[in-house]
Design a protein around this ligand. Structure first.
Ligand code: FES
Ligand SMILES: [Fe+2]
Length: 431
């Protein structure tokens, strides 16, 4: 693909309030190859949460940006990301999903590595010359690994800016999510793994798209209406806003029509829950003041951390990441995040919310999968070249059903893909 045509993948016409993405961005293998080089190899990519490996020796293996890695807590208590490839001849040293180990032994020739990654044993070491140096043969690590409030990210670019700088305004929103707990949040054991025949960027768009909620998820909305007297019209007049957070991150924040197990009561939680949720709210207010406590517990947020981490803090908190396998197929992993101190009853309520709406077999995700796969199938009509993302461009203060948060993603995407400072714009900077 010519550089000139790359430039034209996003049209950001702020004068007329038009924003379009060329559908080549969703179907071209060349674009995917560039994304691997220019986005996934340079941005901070979410690898996992420290609470997934609470004890020394705990590990989980996963693929991050196409690389098999091990998230491991060493016997020294430190969390590391190890590259899952034997320094002897390449085999995966860890083939289990998760567990607790004293060491990782490669199944091929039985080299053994500690939970810190050091090479600690190999059969027949006397066959090697004096120049053979065990220390040089420790398991590799990504060039950069940093964490913020338990969220562990890797960066394949040794020269990348530090994680907190990269997070920019998204840091405040991670704080809002984490402050739901008085002692810390944790990933609930277990994960949801699923896949979709769609381009990965369609899921970025969908995860922060307030416009689709009512038509796509009508069934869930009427279910809430039936069980809890929820006013459906509330969904169409949510009080909230969309915001760009810098570096391509964005958020929508709003007062939700649903309950939040942290402290926002809804009729379908039952009357008996009212008092205990009010008590949590009161404690949050004492700790953080009224305003921050209100945002923590009473508002919902769909947070997009560029390029592929979504934290939807809605009726439960889902941490979702996904990677393209090909330009029309992605693999998704999702986890529930929850306050550690939550009572068993509240946890059950949260997980019920999590499964009912967010789970791959719940009310919402199958709807979304169906819609995104349908978009991808629709792209076969190459004669229709553009997708429109201009909703709310004429509004000074974009709302949650506008598309500022999606444009934020695309502007950064375009900048990185073309290697130019910003997407081509005409006229004044609009939302
Ligand atoms: S490849 Fe791992 S011990 Fe040989
Ligand atoms: Fe959805």
């Amino acid at each position: 693909m010519e550089p000139t045509s790359l430039e034209g993948l996003v049209v950001d016409n702020q004068q007329d309030g038009l924003f379009r993405v060329n559908r080549q961005a969703f179907v071209s293998p060349e674009v995917l190859a560039l994304e691997q080089q220019r986005i996934f190899a340079h941005c901070w990519i979410y690898a996992g949460h420290e609470t997934e490996v609470p004890n020394p020796g705990d590990f989980c293996s996963r693929r991050v940006a196409g690389r098999p890695v091990i998230l491991a807590r060493g016997d020294d208590g430190q969390v590391r990301v190890l590259l899952n490839t034997c320094t002897h001849r390449g085999a995966l040293v860890c083939r289990e999903q998760a567990g607790n180990a004293r060491s990782f032994q490669c199944p091929y020739h039985a080299w053994t590595f500690s939970t810190r990654g050091e090479l600690i044993g190999l059969p027949g070491e006397d066959a090697y010359s004096p120049a053979f140096n065990r220390n040089e043969l420790a398991l590799g690590t990504p060039p950069r690994v940093e964490s913020y409030r338990g969220f562990v990210f890797i960066n394949l670019d040794p020269k990348a800016e530090d994680l907190v700088t990269y997070l920019a305004g998204a840091k405040e929103y991670l704080d809002l999510v984490c402050d739901q707990s008085e002692v810390g949040v944790e990933i609930v054991q277990g994960s949801q793994l699923y896949s979709m025949r769609a381009n990965w960027k369609l899921l970025v768009e969908n995860s922060i798209d307030g416009y689709h909620a009512l038509p796509t998820h009508q069934r869930y909305m009427s279910f809430l209406g039936e069980i809890g007297g929820m006013d459906l019209s509330a969904v169409t007049r949510l009080r909230g806003f969309a915001k760009s957070l810098g570096n391509g991150h964005s958020v929508i924040e709003y007062e939700p029509p649903w309950g939040r197990p942290v402290a926002r009561w809804a009729p379908y939680f039952g009357k008996e829950k009212k008092a205990s949720l009010a008590a949590i709210q009161q404690r949050l207010e004492q700790r953080f003041g009224k305003e921050w406590a209100y945002r923590v517990a009473q508002t919902s947020r769909n947070l997009q951390i560029f390029p592929n981490l979504i934290i939807n803090d809605i009726m439960a908190v889902t941490v979702r990441t996904f990677f393209p396998v090909s330009c029309d197929y992605m693999e998704i992993s999702a986890w529930a995040l929850a306050p550690k101190e939550e009572t068993a009853e509240d946890r059950a309520l949260r997980l019920d919310n999590f499964l009912t709406f967010l789970g791959p077999g719940g009310f919402a995700t199958p709807d979304d999968v169906e819609m995104l796969e349908s978009c991808q199938r629709g792209f076969a009509n190459r004669e229709v070249m553009w997708s429109d993302i201009s909703r709310g461009m004429n509004r000074a203060e974009p709302v949650t059903t506008d598309e500022l948060q999606i444009r934020t993603f695309w502007r950064r995407w375009h900048e990185l893909i073309t290697g130019t400072p910003s997407a081509k714009v005409t006229g004044q900077r609009a939302a």
